[in-house]
Design a protein around this ligand. Sequence first.
Ligand SMILES: Nc1ncnc2c1ncn2[C@@H]1O[C@H](COP(=O)(O)OP(=O)(O)OP(=O)(O)O)[C@@H](O)[C@H]1O
Length: 324
Amino acid sequence: MTNTPTTRMPSATTSSPVTETVVSVSGLRKTYGDKVAVDDVSFEVGRGEIVGILGQNGAGKTTTVEALAGLRTADGGTVSVLGLDPQHDPAPVRELLGVQLQESRLPAKQRVVEALRLYASFYTDPRDPEELITLLGLQEKRDTAYENLSGGQKQRLSIALALVGNPQVAILDELTTGLDPQARRETWDLIEAVRDSGVTILLVTHFMDEAERLCDRVIVIDGGRVIAQGTPGELARGDRTGVTFRMRLPQPLDAALLADIESVTSMREVGLDLEVTGGPTVLPDVIIALHSCGLVPTEVQTISPSLEDAFVALVGRPPEENPS
Ligand SMILES: Nc1ncnc2c1ncn2[C@@H]1O[C@H](COP(=O)(O)OP(=O)(O)OP(=O)(O)O)[C@@H](O)[C@H]1O
């Protein structure tokens, strides 16, 4: 994690005090006919945080954030943005909340600067469109029609449109879906710059690498319910206190040598490597034991548990490769 959040929220495993809650969702419920899209969702977001909403297709993520933005009517529960109620009085919330929803589409011939000026005219205290064009690296595309922008440029424009009202909170849904790896990394840098400019961000994503890179905390939704929340590191570690590493040795090893080490709990061969798992001191214990036999590994790599592993363990299935 490269982020240094200005506030930390309580999570599954921490209890730091909340300094200022800007978004609060409590017992949210939404049905479409017989279909329960959101069953019982509660969470809070503190000022300056980037919080990820993770879940598979159909988990209820978009319904949740759209209810928060006052774009869908909830059947139960409460939502609050900066103390305002978007469900019963959405107009003032729109001044404070920017929304980038999935697949924003603009008229094909509309130029970048025209779109930004038009959207700016909807707000009482908008950001300067030219400043946003610079912030989002769209200077060279300022006068380009929407239809002639690349996928990454369209995405950056949609983020600019979410920010043009000068919001204190931004909801970004499927931020980097369909972008190439470089455009994704550029978009991530941009989101960090947006957060550093003082905007609290709620990020809906399928991508675990994106959540690990950007989010101070993540909320995992499955079947319309929150099934876990915490920092990406907390969720990835889960209950694990042990260490796993892989090493490559210059010659075959008598397995009994390592099996006798108290801190070693398991070993397995992975290709040319030996993977060892054990207690907190297992890595130095193994290296010292090898050294006493005149052996030095040619490579050693510690294996960190990933958010993706945690997600699979929690949800029972991996996040979709090709989100809809
Ligand atoms: N307007 C609607 N009418 C009927 N059912 C809907 C509607 N919108 C969403 N649903 C259903 O509600 C459930 C939750 O949908 P939602 O879009 O909130 O999920 P999601 O987690 O955002 O999924 P995705 O990642 O695919 O966008 C899904 O089963 C979906 O099919």
